[in-house]
Design a protein around this ligand. Sequence first.
Ligand SMILES: Nc1ncnc2c1ncn2[C@@H]1O[C@H](COP(=O)(O)OP(=O)(O)O)[C@@H](O)[C@H]1O
Ligand SMILES: O=C(O)C1=C[C@@H](OP(=O)(O)O)[C@@H](O)[C@H](O)C1
Ligand SMILES: [Mg+2]
Length: 176
Amino acid sequence: MGLTHLYLVGMPGSGKTTLGLALAARYGLPFRDLDEEIVRREGRSIVELFAQEGEAYFRQAEAATLRAVVAEHPQLLLATGGGTPCFHQNADFLNENGLTLWLDVPVDELVRRLLQQAAHRPLLAQLPDEAALKSRLTETLAARREFYATAKLCCQADRCTPEAVFALVQHYVTTA
Ligand SMILES: Nc1ncnc2c1ncn2[C@@H]1O[C@H](COP(=O)(O)OP(=O)(O)O)[C@@H](O)[C@H]1O
Ligand SMILES: O=C(O)C1=C[C@@H](OP(=O)(O)O)[C@@H](O)[C@H](O)C1
Ligand SMILES: [Mg+2]
């Protein structure tokens, strides 16, 4: 089985966008970031979409954009958004249309990475301090774990390097 569609899922800060870019070159697959595709189609930033339309609108746009991007690409490496698998049967859609990989990064590491960046992520913005960020991420992961866990492959924190993920995926593809 050749690899045509690889989807990265996981919490905000787990490295979907960063790792996706690094892996795409190795696979020769075109890379897309689902958030960027939503921004392009909607003509507004993620922060603006949440502020002006609310989360329910964003989730509809996310689900529709996901299906459109997959339909448009015979080959694709896609970084999803942190909430993508958790709404509108998107986890089933992803699993039916390619190989899903969960970047399972512990909350303490997510906090370290996101402290400087929470303002760009509407669901994490306006938290008063590090403890509040940690408790928000802990709650979010608890609610989302069951969706992330539907992914066919999972890599733990320190194995989420381009080299290790490449090896994991190659092993799966050649033995599946
Ligand atoms: N493997 C990694 N090790 C350390 N920092 C990382 C790693 N992957 C991503 N980061 C950093 O974490 C932050 C969030 O990464 P990003 O790729 O935007 O995550 P996501 O798309 O999953 O929200 C960025 O500052 C990025 O540089
Ligand atoms: O966790 C979430 O629900 C979200 C994560 C974001 O993507 P990243 O995971 O790339 O930050 C983006 O889709 C939006 O802000 C909602
Ligand atoms: Mg991202």
